[in-house]
Design a protein around this ligand. Structure first.
Ligand code: NDP
Length: 244
């Protein structure tokens, strides 16, 4: 029997990039997967088809993480569609980078609403559904701890908040046998950070391995944490040695 056989998972931002790879990976391990998205309906439905082709149940759920009611509500929708919830992967996020003086108040609110408030609200909603063995896995960023150049104030601030949230969730939910962990990707080839983008060479050079990572390389860490039973409140770099 597969490691995650019969588990029900919600992956926010499951339509593309790291989230899509994670949805597929969890399904390969035996989980049913709800795929969250905001704009990419067709992309989300494609992921649903790929999960279904693996013989798992799947559903695409539209929810704007910037909207408080939707950020929380998608968790209940996933649990209702899949008959419960065992794993929440907080993956949806936005990267708004640029010089300090160019970041507008709207930028600040939007990034904090999606990358921080939305994760808090989804995690709180999930806590009401999760049982013994439940998992909250959040996608942070290597920029939470090491910011290798200018332009990252808002994004790094938003991702650093997830470290506090994860540790506090681990303490709060540990008594119920629920774990909470944080994954810190380095440069990963996705729409958000394409390996052929203008800043790609510098990012690759800052890793020990000298290359971008793939979404699947992050997904495999998420799958590990979904199965891990004695790991909580911890952070896992999947960054090719960016932090080394
Ligand atoms: P992509 O831009 O490729 O995909 C982002 C995903 O998030 C999409 O599924 C998108 O949905 C969804 N999303 C964006 N905004 C919202 C919103 N307001 N409400 C709901 N869903 C939303 O990003 P990545 O796969 O690269 O990133 C995934 C996570 O990994 C993010 O949290 C990011 O910060 C983090 N990360 C990425 C790194 C990288 O180098 N790529 C490095 C470190 C961290 P839709 O398709 O509908 O737009």
């Amino acid at each position: 029997q597969k490691a995650l056989h019969g588990k029900a998972a919600l992956v926010t931002g499951g339509s593309r990039g790291i989230g899509a790879a994670t949805a597929l990976r969890l399904a390969q391990e035996g989980a049913d997967v709800a795929v969250g998205y905001v704009h990419g309906k067709e992309a989300a439905e494609e992921v649903v088809r790929a999960v279904s082709a693996l013989g798992r149940r799947s559903v695409a759920l539209r929810a704007d993480a910037a909207d408080a009611a939707e950020a929380a509500g998608v968790v209940a929708s996933a649990a209702e569609a899949l008959g419960g919830l065992d794993i929440l992967v907080n993956n949806a996020g936005v990267g708004v980078l640029g010089p300090l003086e160019t970041l507008s108040l709207e930028d600040v609110d939007r990034v904090l609403d999606i990358n921080v408030r939305g994760v808090f609200l989804a995690s709180r909603a999930a806590a009401a559904w999760l049982h013994e063995g439940g998992r909250i896995i959040t996608i942070g960023s290597c920029m939470a701890h090491r910011v290798p150049g200018p332009g990252g104030t808002l994004y790094a601030m938003s991702k650093a908040a997830l470290a506090g949230l994860t540790k506090a969730l681990a303490r709060e939910l540990g008594g119920r046998g629920i774990t909470a962990n944080l994954v810190l990707p380095g440069p990963i080839n996705t729409d958000m950070n394409p390996a052929d983008g203008p800043y790609a060479q510098g990012q690759a050079a800052m890793t020990a391995l000298g290359r971008y990572g793939t979404a699947d390389e992050v997904a495999s860490m998420v799958a590990y944490l979904a199965g891990a039973t004695y790991v909580t409140g911890a952070e896992f770099a999947v960054d090719g040695g960016h932090a080394a």
